[in-house]
Design a protein around this ligand. Structure first.
Ligand SMILES: [Zn+2]
Length: 113
């Protein structure tokens, strides 16, 4: 499953950060999941809970923030947060829009001790 490899990469990243900061464990992990990233939040959470055992993240809270799609319309010169996933500007209906956010999954914040 796609989410499993994502979690593996995430855990690697956490271990690296912990090592760089001489931390003994991670207490909280916050990720941002774009609605266009293709990542299923509940599958990601399941994968995380499966893989975290015996890692530095074993006791960490896993917080997922869902990021909606944010686009910039070069006609209206404005940013919009889209309620549904079409790629047209909600104001002028034009499709000269650039996606600014909502496409990827990122590690946003770690708490460790
Ligand atoms: Zn527009």
């Amino acid at each position: 499953m796609h989410e499993y490899s994502i979690v593996q990469a995430l855990l690697d990243q956490c271990e690296r950060h912990a090592r760089d900061n001489n931390a003994e464990k991670i207490t909280k992990i916050e990720v941002k999941i774009g609605v266009l990233s293709g990542v299923e939040p509940h599958l990601l959470e399941t994968a995380f809970n499966t893989f975290k055992e015996k890692t530095i993240c074993e006791e960490a809270d896993f917080v997922m923030n869902i990021q909606p799609v944010v686009v910039y319309c070069s006609e209206c010169k404005k940013e919009f947060t889209l309620k549904k996933h079409d790629y047209a500007c909600p104001e002028c209906q034009g499709n000269l829009v650039k996606i600014l956010d909502g496409e990827d999954m990122l590690l946003m914040r770690l708490e460790m001790e």
